[in-house]
Design a protein around this ligand. Structure first.
Ligand code: PRP
Ligand code: URA
Length: 209
């Protein structure tokens, strides 16, 4: 699968198994998603460019590396994206945040948009779009269309689980956007849920049905 990285670190896979378990509590699910976001954040930011800056330690002057360029943007597809967002912000507290509100219509599986707010200068920034679930990929595809329409040209997509059908659609529509996931599951069922999956991520995070 072309532009797709499966992050198969044992810590992530272990925590993901607990998240998939239907007996895991809401609090546990939320905590694990945040912890996995820390681990995945390392991988998705692994190749960021550094630049040397002048500083003074208590002992001497030195040049030392810092991340180059404008602040990163994390773009969260609401609601469930916020579970990954919180963990990403733990590691990169100065990141800017875009919120993209959309939910899937249960009949059509098309995203219904209800909110959009993004930082300025998207054309100069790396944007990491986060959503735990890539099912049909309708939501992620539309979300990234909107970011590109505002000038974004350096985008990565981070999810927890992906369906093969969603990866195919996403990579065909956005071949320039690398996908990072912890698992590519078996397939989508007739209702567009990922199998074996973990159920409805938003409901499991927030205790709704
Ligand atoms: C879930 C998930 C993705 C979307 C994935 O959100 O968080 O945004 O479904 O499905 P797709 O790839 O087929 O578009 P949902 O619509 O359930 O909204 P929620 O996060 O508010 O619960
Ligand atoms: N959205 C979810 O939350 N879970 C799925 O399996 C598919 C879409």
């Amino acid at each position: 699968m072309g532009n797709v990285t499966v992050i198969d670190h044992p810590m992530i896979q272990h925590k993901l198994t607990i998240m998939r378990n239907k007996e895991t509590s809401i609090a546990g699910f939320r905590r694990l998603l945040r912890e996995i976001a820390h681990l995945m954040c390392y991988e998705v930011t692994r190749d960021l460019q550094l630049e040397m800056v002048d500083i003074e330690t208590p002992m001497t002057a030195m040049q030392s590396p810092m991340i180059k360029g404008k602040k990163l943007v994390f773009a969260s597809i609401l609601r469930a994206g916020n579970g990954l967002l919180d963990g990403m912000l733990d590691l990169v507290p100065a990141a800017r945040v875009a919120h993209i509100g959309m939910y899937r219509d249960h009949e059509t599986l098309e995203p219904v948009e209800y909110y959009f707010k993004a930082p300025s200068n998207l054309e100069d920034r790396l944007i990491i779009v986060v959503d735990p679930m890539l099912a049909t990929a309708n939501s992620a595809t539309v979300a990234i269309d909107k970011l590109k329409a505002l000038g974004a040209n350096n985008i990565r997509f981070l999810c927890l689980l992906a369906a093969p059908e969603g990866i195919k659609r996403f990579t065909e529509h956005h071949p320039d956007v690398p996908v990072y996931t912890a698992s590519i599951d078996s397939h989508l069922n007739d209702q567009g849920y990922i199998i074996p999956g973990l159920g409805d991520a938003g409901d499991r995070m927030y205790g709704t049905r």
